[in-house]
Design a protein around this ligand. Structure first.
Ligand code: SAM
Length: 301
């Protein structure tokens, strides 16, 4: 199975710089912040309580695109839920020679090296902290994580009470297939929370220099470089879809109950950039909308 990452033609120097930037963010706590992970998890639990008639402890949950750390899968398991995390990349919350060999075979050498480094430098400490801070206790044993493509889910129809997918859909090449699969495996009365980082936004090119445009604008990478000259591409597959394209697909194949938008970068959108990008077919809204969260219900036909 091919990884959705590492699929662009990026120079070795840029790949190295990008890996270094990622490691720096782990080191400074921007990535892998235990408090934020738990806070976000508690918000998800509140949503499950408010929107479904099962308790988190009794719910069957899918963490779609759980990531190598699978941290929300872990927390749901600690709550007592019957949770499965799926991803195209091999989970590495437990590292061993067989796991490393599997990462190498499935996701390639670069991913294997990065996973190994991240695991020994940061992940062990991260999981130790997560375990100590989370009330119910977190255990890595028996976690159900599987290699699977979101557009081809090996689960029966109407199987999950809750489907949760954070910052994954922008990396999926077959978005339509994934939405159809989410709708198929979601139970009537269940809820799907799908958060998407939008490509045309200032941070949408996934260049870490533009991670926080309103508080820490980049002095090095020009704003909206990914839509203009693309001088600083990153080593991540992105499908480049816009909000309206997602809306159209979601509304056609699943019931969207609510949509929440996060904005960014309005002050940085000067007249020249705006004119160039509007000419390129983007709307002003496209350019300043960072994220969308769709909360969805099953559509029955
Ligand atoms: C930015 S990470 C988010 C991980 C996790 N949800 C989190 O919030 O930390 C995106 C994840 O989506 C996964 N992914 C991309 N395309 C996928 C697909 N078609 N099916 C399943 N997972 C996919 C990637 O392997 C990666 O782990």
């Amino acid at each position: 199975m091919k990884s959705a990452m590492s699929s662009q033609n990026i120079s070795k120097t840029r790949r190295l710089a990008s890996s270094w930037n990622i490691l720096r963010r782990y080191q400074t706590g921007v990535f892998g912040n235990v408090e934020k992970t738990i806070e976000f998890h508690n918000e998800l639990c509140d949503l499950v309580k408010a929107k479904t008639n099962v308790s988190v402890a009794k719910a069957r949950i899918l963490d779609l695109g759980c990531g190598q750390r699978a941290d929300q899968t872990l927390l749901f398991k600690a709550d007592g839920a019957d949770v499965t995390g799926v991803d195209m990349e091999v989970p590495t919350y437990r590292m061993s020679l067989p796991v490393l060999a599997q990462v190498l075979k499935t996701n390639g050498m670069e991913r294997a090296l990065k996973s190994l480094l991240r695991h020994y430098l940061f992940d062990r400490k991260y999981f130790a902290l997560l375990t100590s801070r989370y009330d119910t206790g977190v255990g890595l044993d028996g976690l159900d994580t599987r290699l699977m493509n979101a557009a081809d889910l090996a689960f029966p129809e109407s199987y999950f009470d809750v489907i949760y997918s954070a910052w994954v859909f922008e990396h999926i090449d077959d978005v339509l297939g994934a939405i159809k699969e989410v709708n198929r495996v979601l139970k009537p009365g269940g809820i799907a929370w799908i958060g998407v980082h939008l490509w045309p936004s200032l941070s949408g090119g996934h260049n870490l220099s533009w991670e926080a445009p309103d508080t820490n604008p980049s002095a090095r990478v020009p704003p909206w470089d990914h839509l203009l000259e693309s001088r600083f591409p990153v080593n991540t597959y992105l499908n480049k879809m816009r909000l309206d394209e997602y809306r159209e697909m979601f509304n056609r194949h699943i019931n969207v109950e609510s949509e929440e938008l996060t904005r960014e970068g309005e002050k940085l959108l000067g007249p020249d950039i705006e004119a160039a990008l509007l000419d390129g077919g983007y709307t002003k809204n496209d350019l300043v909308t960072r994220k969308v969260v769709f909360v969805c219900r099953k559509k029955t036909y």
